[in-house]
Design a protein around this ligand. Structure first.
Ligand code: ASP
Ligand code: MG
Length: 413
């Protein structure tokens, strides 16, 4: 990709002023602001002020924004009041509008502060995805328009959570997908790092709303963060962590207002960590377990519906699979397709999953035995268990997920 040189004019738009001398050698920073940080005009103006400060410190800034407050939830509820199984393409058309509102308002707030700012949708930003609606994956980014505007010394605001498929359709990247937009853009623009702002000052050893004594983590490795995000931790999006790892982008997770602490998500976590201790505990309140004797056929249906599996066991034709309902707004339709393939298919959705993540955790039988004993002593009902060297996941009734999270955290963190 060719970058415009300072002092030159744009060959396609020669009537525009030459690129300023100053722009091209300033470092690029990508900042992402979550929904709570832009929930109302007042907070949006505070974000604009913060962006303005970053520009004045001598950076070129790309800002990725989420939809204001609970807008995405409200838009999904609106769709569901029309139909229980909204076609995913149309749902993407609807919910991608949330980020479009915040991007335009933030650009206006910045111009009010005398900054030259321009907003772009995902497709204008060159974010190309596959064609899975409601949970698309970014395939490639061609940020030519962004680079062009940065070279003109403008602040670029990008609508998070969305892209365009190779069929030129608007897609969304799954809940929490603005994180992915930010990290993938940071990679494509060779930014020095990616700052992710929200209402918490980083990653904790558990969700502090569920476990009040959860500890703030100064550093987490990509691998551990990925496991946590894949198993229900909402603090960072899993696809975002994947991009960060692939491109070596350090994520700085920070709070928008009132705290200077942060968590660095990077290649290595802290050096000295005791074996048998967990870095953090993640929880998913509801998972769906599917059991069938027609494994290969059921897998095909799940694949066609774009379902992402969390766990899978296949013995001969017998399949036991676990998935989450995240990014499956039309699951009722998938369920009907599954039953058409196997009328005897078993499906339960009354369980959740608690996952402890830490080096060597899942390789220690004694530790697992102790954990199961303590859970039973506390009157809880652990069901299935799966492990990998970095993780232990325990299924429990949904109503027991929170007390189990507190107990596992107390024992291991
Ligand atoms: N607005 C989208 C959501 O609520 C994306 C995001 O916030 O990252 O999931
Ligand atoms: Mg988020």
């Amino acid at each position: 990709m060719t970058k415009p040189t300072a002092g030159s004019t744009d060959p396609l738009s020669p009537w525009l002023p030459p690129y300023p001398e100053s722009a091209s050698d300033k470092p690029i920073i990508v900042q992402k602001y979550g929904g709570s940080s832009v929930a109302d005009p007042e907070r949006l103006k505070q974000v604009a002020q913060r962006v303005s400060d970053t520009v004045k410190q001598g950076h070129r800034v790309v800002v990725v924004v989420s939809a204001m407050g609970k807008t995405t939830d409200q838009l999904i509820a609106l769709a569901k009041s029309v139909t229980q199984t909204p076609p995913r393409r149309e749902l993407d058309m609807l919910i991608s509008s949330g980020e479009r509102i915040s991007m335009a308002l933030l650009a206006m707030a910045l111009s009010e502060l005398q900054h030259d700012a321009i907003s772009f949708t995902g497709s204008q930003s060159g974010i190309l995805t596959n064609d899975r609606h409601s949970g698309a994956r970014i395939i490639e980014i061609r940020p030519v328009r962004i680079q062009d505007e940065l070279a003109r010394d403008r602040v670029v605001i990008v609508a998070g959570f969305q892209g365009m498929s190779y069929k030129r359709e608007v897609t969304t990247l799954g809940r929490g997908g603005s994180d992915t937009t930010a990290v993938a853009l940071a990679a494509a623009l060779q930014a020095s790092h990616c700052e992710i702002y929200s209402d918490v000052d980083g990653v904790y050893s558990a969700d502090p709303r569920v476990v009040p004594e959860a500890k703030h983590l100064a550093e987490v490795s990509y691998r551990e963060m990925q496991e946590l995000a894949d198993h229900g931790a909402k603090v960072l999006n899993a696809q975002a962590v994947e991009w960060a790892q692939r491109a070596g982008i350090v994520i700085q997770a920070r709070k928008t207002h009132g705290s200077t602490r942060q968590t660095l998500v990077q290649a290595d976590g802290p050096p000295e960590r005791e074996r048998g201790r967990a870095t953090a505990v993640a929880a998913a309140a509801q998972v769906v377990d599917v059991a069938t004797r027609r494994g290969p056929e059921v897998l095909r249906v799940l694949g066609e519906a774009g379902v992402q599996l969390r766990h899978l066991g296949l013995h001969d034709q017998q399949l036991a699979a676990t998935l989450t309902l995240d990014d499956l707004p039309d699951f009722a339709r998938t369920q009907a397709a599954l039953r058409a393939v196997d009328p005897a298919l078993e499906l339960r959705d009354d369980q959740g999953m608690v996952t402890a993540v830490g080096p060597g955790l899942g390789s220690d039988p004694q530790l697992l035995a102790r954990l199961l004993h303590e859970l039973a002593q506390a009157g809880l009902h652990p069901g299935r268990v799966t492990t990998s060297p970095l993780r232990i996941s325990i299924w429990l009734p949904t109503t027991e997920v929170q007390p189990a999270t507190r107990l596992v955290h107390g024992l291991l963190c």
